[in-house]
Write a protein that binds this ligand. Sequence first.
Ligand SMILES: Nc1ncnc2c1ncn2[C@@H]1O[C@H](COP(=O)(O)OP(=O)(O)OP(=O)(O)O)[C@@H](O)[C@H]1O
Ligand SMILES: [Mg+2]
Length: 217
Amino acid sequence: MIEFQHISHHYPGKPENLILDDISLTISKGECVGLTGPSGCGKSTLAKIGAGHVRPAAGKVLVNGRDLTCRPNREVFMIHQEPDLFPWQKVAKQVAFAMSKPDNRRVEQLLALVKLRGFENFYPGQLSGGMKKRLALARALAVDPELLILDESFSSLDATLKNELYEDLRRVWQSTGTTILLITHQSADLANLAHREIRLSAAKPTTISETINLVRT
Ligand SMILES: Nc1ncnc2c1ncn2[C@@H]1O[C@H](COP(=O)(O)OP(=O)(O)OP(=O)(O)O)[C@@H](O)[C@H]1O
Ligand SMILES: [Mg+2]
C-alpha cells in the first residue's frame, strides 16, 4: 500500500506559489489508479515526490507504512515521458541490470511480456519509439517495485501506437498485478485499465477535485 499523506508543495524560494495543496491519496496493492489534470497543475511534481526525487514542502510518502519521503528507493519506480535508456547497453542486458539479482529466465519472460523476444541483442538506438517504451516497461518490471508510476509515458506517440501500448500495459498489469499510478492528460486513456481516476483541479493551488470510480470490463 502506498500513501501520499497531506502533500503540499512549492518549489524552493517560492512559498507564495503553492503548487500542490494538501493532497492525500492511498493506492492499494494491485490497484491501477489514473491521475489526470490540466497541464502545469503538478502531476509530474506529485510523481517525483512519490518516487522520492523531490522533497515536499509538507506531507509524507509511506510505502507499506515505511516513510520514504525524499528517499530515492526501489519501491517506487517512475517511467518518464522520454525513457532514459542506456544507449550503450543491449536490450537483454538492460533488463537484467535493473534486477536486484540478475535472472536470465525472468529477463526472457519480461521481454516476452512486452513483445521484445528476438531483440535481446539490439541497442536502444536500433529500436522504434514504441519498442523503446516497451523496453522501459520491461526494465521497470525488472525492478519489481511496490508502485510503478508512468508519467505520460505514451503521450508523445501517435494514437494507434498509444492505444496499442495501453493494451500492452493492461496485459502486463493482468499478468503481474503490479500496482500502477498512471498519469495522463486524457481520461480516455484510462478506459478498461484504471480502477479509479483522481482528477486534480485547474484552480490554483492544486487540490484533488474529484475521484471517479471507473467501470472495468
Ligand atoms: N524544477 C522546478 N522548479 C520550479 N518550478 C517548477 C519545477 N518543475 C515544475 N515547476 C512548476 O510546477 C508547476 C507544476 O509542474 P508539473 O510539471 O508538475 O505539471 P504537470 O501537471 O506535470 O504538467 P504537464 O501536464 O504539462 O506535464 C508548473 O507551474 C511548473 O512551472
Ligand atoms: Mg507532467
